[in-house]
Design a protein around this ligand. Structure first.
Ligand SMILES: [Fe+2]
Length: 186
């Protein structure tokens, strides 16, 4: 498990997030992330350089009691995460810079053949300071860089999210799931 000592910029980032999580308020956490963004708390040290093969993930903080993790993500243009779940955990995310596209999906049906049917929900293309919240069963979305420059986002998950299901569309209505291990690039 990789953690960093809570000092300086890191402590200023983690302390208010930990308070909101402890109070069991994901909606409050969304407000906390927006305030931190306005305050310029998301400094470059929390993010890795972009890489050509996939978006970069950096573990910023792993709560010692596994109540939450904080992950910094770096997205080169056209990089994205296709429709996925969050293993039943809640999540909150904020766009730190750049332009990101997000589409929410509602799970409509699980077919007998192990495939899934979804209905598309809200779609938005948004920039710095935009916050999103995922609370199961509303935990399905895609998320990717919709701009022409590198984008950064910061994500808080309500537990140690180590794997998730990623879905690919097999025909008009049905999607096939595959399990993806979520690794860190640094
Ligand atoms: Fe996600």
């Amino acid at each position: 498990m990789k953690t960093l000592g809570p000092k300086g910029a890191l402590e200023e980032l983690i302390a208010p997030i930990a308070r909101a999580v402890r109070n069991d308020r994901v909606t409050a956490l969304a407000g906390v992330l927006a305030q931190l963004c306005e305050r310029g708390a998301f400094t470059p040290e929390f993010f890795l350089p972009s890489r050509p093969d996939h978006y970069s993930r950096k573990l910023i903080w792993h709560d010692p009691e596994d109540h939450f993790i904080v992950v910094g993500m770096t997205w080169a243009p056209e990089q994205g995460s296709p429709l996925h779940d969050h293993a039943g955990l809640w999540g909150a995310e904020i766009i730190v810079d750049g332009v990101m596209s997000e589409t929410m999906f509602h799970l409509a049906e699980r077919g007998e053949d192990g495939r899934y049917r979804f209905e598309r929900g809200m779609h938005r293309v948004s920039g710095k300071g935009t916050v999103g919240v995922l609370i199961p069963p509303l935990e399905y979305h895609d998320f990717g860089n919709a701009g022409t420059s590198v984008a950064h986002s910061l994500h808080v998950y309500g537990g140690n999210l180590t794997s998730a299901q990623s879905f690919s569309q097999s025909d008009d209505d049905w999607w096939t799931a595959r399990r993806v291990d979520l690794r860190y690039d640094g």
